[in-house]
Write a protein that binds this ligand. Sequence first.
Ligand code: NAP
Length: 279
Amino acid sequence: MATIIDGKKTSTDIKDELKLKLIELKEKGIEVCLCVIQVGADPASSIYVNNKKKACDYVGIKSLSYELPENTSQEQLLDLIYKLNDDSKVHGILVQLPLPKHIDEDKIIEAISPDKDVDGFHPQSVGRLSIGQKGFVSCTPGGVIQLLKRYNIAIEGKECVIVGRSNIVGKPMAMLMLRENATVTTCHSRTKNLSEITRRADILIVAIGKPRFITKEYVKEGAVVIDVGMHRDENNKLCGDVDYDDVIDRVSAITPVPGGVGPMTIAMLMHNCVEAVLM
Ligand code: NAP
């Protein structure tokens, strides 16, 4: 029987651990503060921002939200970021993506102080991860590592195949698995004979953005499968990049969608906010 990796429970465990750390910090007079900036009123972004605020309330992080109109200029947004960079009471700054088209996302990410880059998207954070230095780790791949560790899934020496090479999931995921001493292969849309490669994986991590793409032909018997994908299917039901029902009899462990990787992202954001104080 496959182990179903429960991201909801693991995320609550992490948030409960952080709650205790935050009480200790408060006793020392430190109030951890996250600033969340949203430009425009994209409904999906508003839900994410709201969930982040709720998580802050749960763990005891002060959250300040900046809801800016859609027509905010790049300069106005940069000015706000510079102001928050200079505010010693602010520990984390998060700009909800995507931004309106007239704003250059790279410029905005680079403007955030690397010391407050709790999303882990700043080039300095990415560089630190690549060369094994301490720094903020992008929340979703950081959450995957936590799931593997907390479920005692050995990583060292294992064949890990990652499908997807985005800057926010695939690439940092590969760096993290290397750091954990896995043998890592990264696949993408130009990879030839994908299923031959994925069938080598002891740990298969999928982040491609294609509903139920990975079927049992892609999975080795006994593999651990981590599904980062998140979609609504034609019946408005949430599903991942992996065809869960098709692979379930073949895997030794798997993350479901919903309730797998998804809830871990916010837990790791909260973790990064606390790290921002301790770093
Ligand atoms: P992305 O930026 O669109 O990147 C997708 C990656 O998959 C690209 O590297 C692409 O290759 C590769 N790819 C696409 N089709 C492929 C195929 N047929 N075979 C092999 N590789 C293929 O996506 P992302 O931001 O990484 O997100 C991936 C999924 O994870 C999405 O469903 C997203 O909603 C979900 N997600 C969930 C969370 C969370 O749970 N908290 C967070 C982030 C993302 P190329 O580079 O060659 O184009």
